[in-house]
Each structure stands twice: as structure tokens, then as C-alpha cells.
Write a protein that binds this ligand. Structure first.
Ligand code: GDP
Length: 444
């Protein structure tokens, strides 16, 4: 086994009280932990009811022990799972015993990192494990499961395989000077390139949807007091409990994440907290809000349908720069107006109180975000994947423009393949792996 096979241990279940708590060990030499911990030898993959012992033979807990000899385990190494009672002290006791026996505490994501390094999962699948755990909606969870199943990896690999075939053609032409551009023309190299581009664009579109489902949409909410901002948030959230009404100035962290539309998370940045203040803590919060505004995808300006845009809102809009602004005229029920959208779709009329026209706002927000409810199965994806796919796409575009300069064509195709390999992890720098796995929870 490689250098990463030293025994690691972690409490795999969430902190706090629970019916069951699991301590998990993985590593090259964990067999030697079994006897002192359980006083037994364990059969492979068989649940064994046993006691867990401390150093002097006192019982720490009792429960089920499971032993998965390498390579048939999550990590690809030998794994031992001790399922005891889910109490903090009990689990801590078992954990400490494992440390005494020579294991070290696992870093966040280290079990999955080992699974990746041992070829049990590719990088996209390993990330999907974290995304499945973190999923904020059913749709996100289902999509993460699809990526974990390897659907996203298969789509990327299919593009990559076609690209490798094309590279072989081009490289062969370079290696044999008697072959020339005519040979590539006869082999329909540029037709093949066009096909690959088309395939890649389809994957990119799917990945963009997947990234949206994971990262969500950042919305800035602008509006004067009493125009109905809280009512609108509640209406979007679908239930009152999602939003807590705060006393002016007490909102320290203005970004809320309780809302989803069709499973897409909406991060609402409420600008109500952006007021002049002397309070240091509040100033910090305000700074954070301004920083969040820079990442906004769309600004929603809420106004009372009976009134227009005030000077304060106009000033706020000024600072929005390039961000698209959706103007929402609220309280149409008071004027007996009907819900509608302007022809350019940038203005909407609705009532947050009665819910009339909220569907218009929802579909407009999703549309602005680029979400297409195609009914097609979405796969979870990350900004990192979208960026790499874009890079691959750019290299394919450049490849098209190289004309008869075959060395350049070969190089662009190589770079495109490299970008794709980065996604699944065949070609990933160590520091990238560090960043990815450090975002996992401990014990996974
Ligand atoms: P905020 O200060 O912008 O968060 O506004 P609120 O959501 O607290 O609403 C202020 C008042 O306007 C409340 O009394 C709401 O019930 C009322 N309100 C909000 N939306 C509507 C609407 O669509 N129609 C009517 N008639 N009243 C509304």
C-alpha cells in the first residue's frame, strides 16, 4: 500500500446524542486493533455483537463491529467500523482507545481521499459524496446521487475518449512526415472535431445546471421599509417559519439560505441592513453584505405598486453596476390590478400577501439564472467542473482555428484533454486535492 495507509480514525456520525454512533478506522494495519478493542477475531463483512474494551479491559461500550478487509471497502484499505451507542462520552472513549493503539485522527475528507487515491471513486464521485451529504434539497440530493453513480464521469469520459481517438489521428500524421493534411481531411478529422465540440457543449450545459443546483442563485433584495420584503420572502419560502423577522439593525449576517425554487437554492442578500451606523459589529456585517453584493446574480427591486422608486433605492441600484435588475411592483391586490410581466420581462406585478403572480417571479428568477426545467436528469456539478469544461471548450475552439498548422492543432487537443482529465482527477495537482477534500466533514 502507498504511504497514505497509516491507520486513521474518526467518529463518523454527527456530533451530539443519537441512537447509534459509529467510529470508523481505515488503514493498512488495522487488523491489529481488532483483538484489543473487541477481544475477538472478526469474520470479514459479518456483523458481530461485541464489547469494546479500554486498555485495562474495562468495557467502554457494546455494539456491532464490522470488518472489511482490503480492498473490498469504501477506502480500498482495510476498514473497521464500531457501531456503539450515540453518546459523546462513549464515542470519545472508543476513539481515544483507537488513538492509544496507534491510529491518528483522520483529517476532513481523508476517508474519501483514500477512496480516490485507491481508485474506488474518481474525483467527481468523491465530490458527489460531499455534495450528497450537504444537499439542501431533494433535487440536489438526487443529482448528487447520480454523479456518485458515475453518470457525470461517464459523460466526461465519453467526450474524452472521442478526443483521444482524434488526437491519435493527428499525432500519427505528425509522426509520419509522408502523411499530411490530406490524410486528416480524408479521415474527416475536422468533422470529428465538430462532433466532439457538440458533445462537450452538451455536457457543459448540463454541468452549468448542476452547478446552479449546488451553488444556487445570489439575489439582492432592495426596497424601502414596508414595501413587503419580508412578506415576499415568506411567500417564496412557502412557509412563515423560513424567515425570522428581525428588529432593524440586529441582522448581523444578512445572507439567508432558507429558500428554494424547484430545488435551486436562493441566497437572498437583504439590503435592509445597509444603513449608517456607529456600531462596530454592525459595520462588519454591513461590510460583508457589500462584499456579498458583488457576487449577486440578480437584483430584485421591490416597490409598492402605488408608489415609485425612491432616491435611496435609486442610489442602491446605481451601485449594482452590471447586475440585471428585476423590478417587482407589490401589493397589486390593493389596486385590483392583475399579475403580469412587462414585455422585456424586467418588471413584474404581483401581491406578496395573496400570492398572486408569485409564480411569475419564480420562473423569471430561474430563467435569469439560466435554469432550464427540462425534466432531464440533472447531475450535481461544481464551479470547478464548469470552469474546466469551459477551458476544454476554448481549446477545441482554438483547435478549429489552427488550419494546417498541425503541431498547434495537436497541442490544443492535448490541452483540451488535460482540462477534462482534471475534472475526474486523473490529472490533478496535490494542492487541488487538498482544497477539495478539506471541505468534507470529518469521518467521510
Ligand atoms: P418589509 O418592511 O418590506 O419587510 O415589509 P413587510 O413584509 O413587513 O410588509 C409591510 C406591510 O405590508 C405588512 O403589513 C404586510 O402585511 C403588508 N403587505 C405586504 N405585501 C402586501 C401585499 O401584497 N398586499 C397588501 N395588501 N399588503 C401587503
Amino acid at each position: 500500500m502507498a504511504a497514505h495507509s497509516d491507520p486513521i480514525v474518526a467518529i463518523a456520525t454527527a456530533p451530539g446524542r443519537g441512537g447509534i454512533g459509529v467510529v470508523r478506522l481505515s488503514g493498512g494495519a488495522i487488523e491489529r486493533f481488532i483483538q484489543p478493542l473487541t477481544g475477538k477475531t472478526l469474520s470479514a463483512r459479518r456483523a458481530t455483537f461485541t464489547r469494546f474494551f479500554d486498555a485495562v479491559g474495562d468495557t467502554l461500550d457494546e455494539g456491532i463491529a464490522l470488518y472489511f478487509p482490503a480492498p473490498h471497502s469504501y477506502t480500498g484499505e482495510s476498514v473497521l467500523e464500531l457501531q456503539g451507542h450515540g453518546g459523546t462520552q462513549v464515542l470519545q472513549g472508543v476513539l481515544e482507545r483507537c488513538l492509544e493503539l496507534g491510529a491518528r485522527l483522520a483529517e476532513p475528507g481523508e476517508f474519501s481521499r483514500r477512496a480516490f487515491l485507491n481508485g474506488k471513486l474518481d474525483l467527481v464521485q468523491a465530490e458527489a459524496v460531499a455534495d450528497l451529504i450537504d444537499a439542501g434539497s431533494r433535487e440536489a440530493a438526487r443529482s448528487a446521487m447520480r454523479s456518485l453513480d458515475g453518470e457525470f464521469s461517464r459523460r466526461i469520459n465519453s467526450v474524452k475518449e472521442a478526443l483521444i481517438q482524434l488526437r491519435m489521428l493527428v499525432e500519427a500524421t505528425l509522426d509520419f512526415p509522408e502523411e499530411d493534411v490530406d490524410f486528416l481531411l480524408r479521415a474527416d478529422a475536422w468533422g470529428k472535431l465538430a462532433n466532439i465540440t457538440e458533445k462537450l457543449d452538451a455536457v457543459l450545459a448540463q454541468a452549468r445546471q448542476g452547478a446552479l443546483l449546488r451553488e444556487g442563485l445570489n439575489i439582492v433584495l432592495i426596497g424601502q421599509p414596508n414595501v413587503g420584503k419580508s412578506s415576499l420572502l415568506n411567500c417564496l419560502a412557502g412557509y412563515e417559519a423560513a424567515i425570522v423577522t428581525e428588529i432593524a439593525g440586529t441582522t448581523r449576517d444578512t445572507v439567508r439560505e432558507a429558500i428554494q425554487i424547484q430545488g435551486v437554492p436562493l441566497h437572498i442578500i437583504d439590503t435592509a441592513g445597509l444603513r449608517e451606523t456607529e456600531d462596530l459589529v454592525e459595520m462588519k456585517g454591513i461590510e460583508r453584505t457589500w462584499a456579498a453584493l458583488e457576487k449577486a446574480d440578480v437584483a430584485v427591486l421591490l416597490i409598492d405598486a402605488q408608489h415609485g422608486v425612491g432616491t435611496q433605492e435609486a442610489a442602491m441600484l446605481e451601485r449594482m453596476g452590471e447586475i440585471p435588475v428585476l423590478t417587482v411592483h407589490n401589493k397589486i391586490d390593493l389596486g385590483n390590478d392583475t399579475p403580469r410581466a412587462s414585455a422585456d420581462g424586467l418588471e413584474l406585478w404581483l401581491s406578496a400577501k395573496t400570492g398572486m403572480g408569485i409564480d411569475l417571479l419564480e420562473s423569471r428568477l430561474l430563467q435569469l439564472a439560466g435554469w432550464q426545467a427540462t425534466g432531464e436528469t440533472t447531475i450535481i456539478a461544481r464551479a470547478r467542473h464548469v470552469a474546466a469544461l469551459r477551458r476544454a471548450s476554448k481549446h477545441l475552439e482554438m483547435a478549429k482555428e489552427t488550419g494546417t498548422q498541425l503541431e498547434l492543432l495537436a497541442e490544443e487537443l492535448r490541452l483540451a484533454q488535460e482540462a477534462l482529465s482534471e475534472i475526474t482527477g486523473e490529472f490533478s495537482a496535490d494542492d487541488l486535492l487538498g482544497v477539495i477534500f478539506s471541505q468534507f466533514c470529518i469521518g467521510k
